[in-house]
Design a protein around this ligand. Sequence first.
Ligand SMILES: Nc1ncnc2c1ncn2[C@@H]1O[C@H](COP(=O)(O)OP(=O)(O)OP(=O)(O)O)[C@@H](O)[C@H]1O
Ligand SMILES: Cc1cn([C@H]2C[C@H](O)[C@@H](COP(=O)(O)O)O2)c(=O)[nH]c1=O
Length: 205
Amino acid sequence: MFIVIEGIDGAGKSTQAKLLAEWFEKKGHEVVLTKEPTDTAFGKLIRKLVLTGGKEGIIDGARISHEAEALLFAADRAEHVAKLIKPSLEAGKIVISDRYFYSSLAYQWARGLDLEWLIDLNRFAIRPDLVILLDLPVKESMKRINGRSIKTEFDKIAELQKRVRENYLKLAERFPEIKIVNALASVEDIHNDIVALVEHELSLR
Ligand SMILES: Nc1ncnc2c1ncn2[C@@H]1O[C@H](COP(=O)(O)OP(=O)(O)OP(=O)(O)O)[C@@H](O)[C@H]1O
Ligand SMILES: Cc1cn([C@H]2C[C@H](O)[C@@H](COP(=O)(O)O)O2)c(=O)[nH]c1=O
């Protein structure tokens, strides 16, 4: 079974991914808990070129283009699918990924790229059985990640996160595997909501 956790920055994805992995392990399943960008060479390149606010993200005096960003995320994902996700699923393991191609659709679309181009670019990515979208108002997520963002970029980041949240909600109408969970609740209540969705998915098998 392949489960993805998605949502804006600070929505609680890694907290819930870890709890869900522990829930499966207690039931005796072998679990692979993974994330995107990955910790491989491509993931490290993305963190250096795309996710740093400083000089490292500058090539020839300018930030790399949004198209190049999308291609880097897709290359990282191609390796992720081929080397970890596919073999783990074939071995009967439960794979839980903190972000997947829906992040590219929501974020790179929010940066102005064409959604259909992004979907085509990610067509190689096998579809998960279930995508949990942790939906949270941006004001709350900003409170949760405040310590991580530098003040001068705060409004810019909040503006982008608002577009990303709207995009995720639009994607949920298009991709039936996406289930929306209210991420304003307590950690425990959110975990219980996720378990209910997973149990429903398991009952269909
Ligand atoms: N339901 C919750 N209520 C309040 N705080 C929470 C909740 N879930 C997580 N947090 C806290 O919010 C912060 C962000 O959580 P977490 O790292 O799980 O989010 P994330 O979506 O993985 O973030 P990012 O996308 O930036 O990696 C952490 O300090 C975490 O302890
Ligand atoms: C996979 C993926 C990620 N992003 C963005 C989303 C976040 O702002 C960062 C990752 O940070 P995290 O703390 O490790 O979650 O990268 C993106 O824009 N496109 C993608 O495909």
